[in-house]
Design a protein around this ligand. Structure first.
Ligand SMILES: C[S@@+](CC[C@H](N)C(=O)[O-])C[C@H]1O[C@@H](n2cnc3c(N)ncnc32)[C@H](O)[C@@H]1O
Length: 215
């Protein structure tokens, strides 16, 4: 599915999120608290748009993704970003290789969420940081109703105009609706080897940043 959306992925994201994706990426970088020279892994990096944002911190940022189509599109758009083929469930890195790991809008897409969270912990050094940036549940009930209507009705219609594979955006809407809310996801992160788990809502909870420390 991601191979098919790769070509216009970056543009479609920005249109469907009303440009909010850029500020969500900046907040993810800030939440990681990266220092120059640290090593950070961006899992489910896709076209590397999330990885490039991390590199602005001065840390060494590398992206890994399962879709060769996304990786090729990323290589063309931003050849300076290091991107590797790799499965979130079996990362091609030794234990404790990274000071920090992150996954943006991709944990929802991995087949086994809990196994992916454990695998992220495996490649992070003790005391290292995790930030999960993912769609979540808006906290205000009135806004939640409006948002869910946008998600299920307008978003697929807009995607038909801009995306190379509109069907993928029907899946996007459905997968967001089925995803655990902030508190449930925090519990799963805590059960997968991460301590001091907390979250912060962005755009009223449309997106949540969950963080944890490798125990
Ligand atoms: C919505 S994109 C997010 C890309 C990027 N992180 C961003 O913020 O724009 C989700 C990505 O997760 C990747 N993905 C899904 N399952 C994966 C897995 N098991 N291992 C690695 N990447 C995976 C897809 O190939 C896709 O590129």
């Amino acid at each position: 599915m991601f191979d098919d959306v790769a070509e216009r992925y970056d543009l479609t994201n920005t249109v469907l999120s009303f440009g909010q994706d850029r500020s969500w990426r900046r907040s993810t970088r800030a939440a990681l608290g990266l220092r120059p020279g640290e090593r950070v892994l961006d899992v489910g990096a896709g076209t590397g748009v999330s990885t490039r944002e991390l590199a602005h911190s001065g840390a060494y940022a590398v992206g890994a993704d399962l879709s060769l189509g996304m990786l090729y599109a990323g290589k063309r758009a931003r050849p300076e970003v290091p991107l590797l083929a790799g499965d979130a469930l079996r990362l091609p890195f030794a234990d404790a290789s990274f000071d920090a790991v992150t996954i943006s809008f991709a944990l929802r897409n991995v087949n086994d969420t809990d196994a992916a969270l454990r695998e992220l912990a495996r490649v992070t050094r003790p005391g290292g940081r995790l930030v999960v940036c993912e769609f979540s549940t808006p906290v205000n009930p009135a806004f939640r109703t409006v948002y869910l209507s946008y998600l299920m009705r307008s978003l697929p219609a807009v995607a038909r105009a801009v995306s190379s594979n509109p069907e993928a955006y029907v899946y996007l809407a459905e997968s967001i609706r089925a995803w655990p809310d902030q508190s449930a996801l925090a519990g799963r992160i805590g059960a997968a080897g991460w301590g001091r788990v907390a979250w912060r809502n962005l755009t009223g909870g449309v997106v949540a940043l969950h963080r944890g420390i490798r125990e």
